[in-house]
Design a protein around this ligand. Sequence first.
Ligand code: ADP
Length: 260
Amino acid sequence: GQPEIEDVRIAQTAEKRSLRIIAVASGKGGVGKSTVSANLAIALHRRGVRVGLVDADIYGPSQPRLMATEGAKPQAEEKQLVPILSGVGIPMLSMGHLVEPGQAIAWRGPMAASALGQLVDAKWGAVDVLVVDMPPGTGDVQLSMIQKHKPAGVIIVSTPQDLALIDATRAVNLFDQAHVPMIGLVENMAGYICPHCGEVSDPFGSGGAQAAASQMEMPFLGRIPLSIGIRTASDAGMPPAAEDGLDGAPFLAIARKVAD
Ligand code: ADP
């Protein structure tokens, strides 16, 4: 009867609340949002946080490559998807696991929103924090995330260039207006580490993102240099945060701030 249905609903809501969603967003593509998401998830996992990873980037799902789970097909149990366990031990689901490459680009809003729902409302089991790699920009997936899934907080990834920052501001405003707590801004590709001598130079200038963060009154989580090692390790399916090294260090430092 009626009370039973109500009980189930309350139980489901409670279950949902115990899963804290951290949305990783950016104003535009190519700024390293997926790289930051993967490395943040790994760094949190290494700190003992029970973390899961969702790749909601319908336009270019890259987590299967980053986490070396390309070609894996998630099973369904009781109409819920069962996450795939990545090599480093993080349960994950990606839009890339649901569709053939390139197919989702033509999706309209409701389809993208329902796909996001399948990934977020999956059988996450003993996961406390879900890192969600959002598509770039301010579209349907963002609105659905904000309205239906109520993220505990959002991290904005930006590069030092002004244009990326203007785009980032749009993303900040969207989450801000919906009262999603700002965890902070990450500046990626900030400075270049010379692979030969280790010296850091700043081809795009530096400090812009930090200044923008303080102007927008949001925490600054740190800067990640442009490093060939970050790209090659990521492409090889072994993001640098999995190991102790120069390339992983900035991600581990960001995870420390996020976990506190
Ligand atoms: P987005 O998710 O914002 O589209 P990606 O994370 O896919 O961006 O990064 C775009 C490209 O830049 C990838 O090839 C990635 O390996 C590379 N990349 C990202 N961050 C860095 C970095 N700090 N140093 C070097 N290459 C990077």
